[in-house]
Design a protein. Structure first.
Length: 270
């Protein structure tokens, strides 16, 4: 597992946006063989999404032959609800780039049969040949997507009950009223994420520091689902300085030393 430590959120976001953009360009995707990208919502990826929009406007990056699969969606929120993840993705990214609407895959929180919707989502990922790169973030309790503490590390896309802590953290998007936050969601599983060829997790801010420490310095544990990244052949964590404040000094120095060259310059898009 690689860990790249950046001075601040802005430099982390810019580097990640260029790194993934380079991956897309190097793949030379086509309509018949697209680049398949897993995407998160929440505050962590907003800097990456803003940078992708700028790269697209500059003609350095195209999403025309990129297929996306989003991590999760609230049950009971329609696509047009202001706090649905459909609305989040189109407002913050898709409306501003050249992605084809038919290439966007987001779980349907209003599906008549939520379980069938989960099976359909997994089947579509398999049919396209799997996900090339899954971008994600974590919660303060170390969950990835909505795989809360205690989730099976081999889980697939499914219905998940959200913890009080997760709903409280997300209540900032619902006028700080936790009663408005849905209690259940559809989410990709830990196993779904781990099947991707590459997984890149964003961790920023002191509120995530304890989760990062658990995920990096302690054993793989279903109570901290981020820790599963330790077992991925191509797993990477990109974090800012604040998120490292609970790591051992030796851990921070080690990863800064071995990743010094990678942090020295932005990946080149061509």
């Amino acid at each position: 597992m690689r860990i790249l430590i950046f001075d601040h959120y802005q430099s982390m976001s810019k580097w990640v946006a260029h790194y993934i953009g380079q991956k897309i360009n190097q793949a030379k995707p086509s309509k018949e063989k697209p680049f398949v990208l897993g995407l998160p919502t929440g505050s962590s990826p907003l800097g990456v999404y803003s940078e992708w929009i700028e790269l697209y406007k500059q003609g350095l990056l195209s999403f025309q032959n990129v297929v996306t699969f989003n991590m999760d969606e609230y049950i009971g929120l329609g696509k047009d609800h202001l706090q649905s993840y459909h609305h989040f993705m189109w407002s913050n990214l898709f409306n501003h780039i050249d992605i084809r609407e038919e290439n966007v895959n987001i779980l349907d929180g209003m599906a008549a049969d939520p379980l069938q919707e989960c099976w359909r989502f997994e089947a579509k990922i398999r049919e396209i040949g799997g996900i090339d790169l899954f971008l994600g973030g974590i919660g303060p309790d170390g969950h990835i997507a909505f795989n809360e503490p205690g989730s099976s590390l081999s889980s697939r896309t499914r219905i998940k009950t959200l913890t009080h802590d997760t709903r409280m953290a997300n209540s900032r998007f619902f006028s700080n009223d936790i009663s408005k936050v849905p209690k259940t969601a559809l989410t990709v599983g830990v196993g779904t994420i781990m099947d991707a060829n590459e997984v890149l997790i964003l961790v920023n801010g002191y509120s995530k520091a304890h989760a990062l420490q658990k995920g990096v310095e302690e054993a793989v544990n279903h109570m901290w689902t981020i820790s599963m990244l330790q077992l991925h052949q191509h797993g990477m964590i990109c974090c800012d300085e604040e998120a490292t404040l609970e790591l051992k000094v030796g851990t921070v120095k080690y990863f800064k030393d071995i990743e010094r060259e990678a942090l020295g310059a932005l990946p080149v898009l061509n």
